[in-house]
Design a binder for this molecule. Structure first.
Ligand SMILES: *Cc1c(COP(=O)(O)O)cnc(C)c1O
Length: 228
């Protein structure tokens, strides 16, 4: 299957899930996760109309952004270290997995005049080995993030625990959606929900995702990490 065929299929699944959820078409944005994929694959997807691309490594995003001429909206979806923020600011349209104030402050400090969009990463399954703020502390942290100059908090992000079937992740997607709803009820700008990957984005959409991060279903298996 070619990237163009894969994209077509993913868009169709996205559309069906959006309609099945009774949500308006266009309320879910597809982020094509291009980590480790060559620039040629990005160019091919962009030529087929794909706009949003996600990367996990800051230097890789920077390098690819230099090489791709097509206008692309870059998303940074990986774990971010403070000393790598400089590679992203001015390039990433949204940084998905910000889970502490120091990181948000660093992004804000480097953003200069135009604020960088961020999402708060939540450890929704409360897994000890995972990053992300615990759900019980998420809204306080979100509130603090709204007061940091240079960043614009737009929502929440999660990677649910590994489960046997896509449907089994639904309670975690619901939990993130509930958290965002409670935040909005107290005035927090938690409009975006970044959740769902190749194996479960249909379920995530039915449970409220506004951003799905889909890699292998579009690009096929990831090659080993190399320079772009
Ligand atoms: C790699 C990655 C994805 C994409 O995963 P696929 O299973 O290839 O769709 C999505 N989100 C995050 C945070 C990732 O690291």
């Amino acid at each position: 299957m070619s990237i163009v065929d894969n994209l077509q299929r993913v868009r169709e699944t996205l559309r069906e899930a959006t309609l099945a959820a009774g949500r308006p078409l266009g309320s879910v944005r597809l982020v094509a996760v291009s980590k480790f994929q060559p620039v040629a694959a990005i160019v091919e997807a962009a030529a087929a109309g794909q706009v949003d691309f996600g990367e996990n490594y800051a230097q890789e995003l920077r390098d690819k952004a230099e090489l791709v001429a097509t206008p692309i909206r870059w998303h940074f979806i990986g774990a971010l270290q403070r000393n790598k923020v400089k590679y992203l600011v001015g390039r990433a349209w949204l940084v998905h997995d910000v889970d502490n104030l120091a990181l948000a402050e660093e992004i804000g400090k480097r953003s200069g005049g135009s604020p960088t969009g961020i999402l708060l990463g939540v450890n929704i399954g409360e897994e000890p080995q995972k990053s992300g703020v615990l759900p019980a502390n998420a809204l306080d942290l979100a509130e603090a993030m709204t007061r940091i100059p240079g960043v614009e908090l737009r929502g929440l992000m999660c990677i649910p625990p590994a489960v046997d079937t896509p449907e089994a992740a639904a309670p975690y997607f619901d939990a993130l959606a509930d958290l965002a709803e409670r935040g909005r009820a107290s005035g927090l700008p938690l409009h975006e929900l970044s959740m769902g990957m190749s194996h479960d984005y249909g379920v995530a959409i039915r449970h409220g995702a506004t951003l799905v991060r889909v890699g292998t279903a579009i690009f096929g298996a990831r090659p080993p990490r190399t320079a772009p």
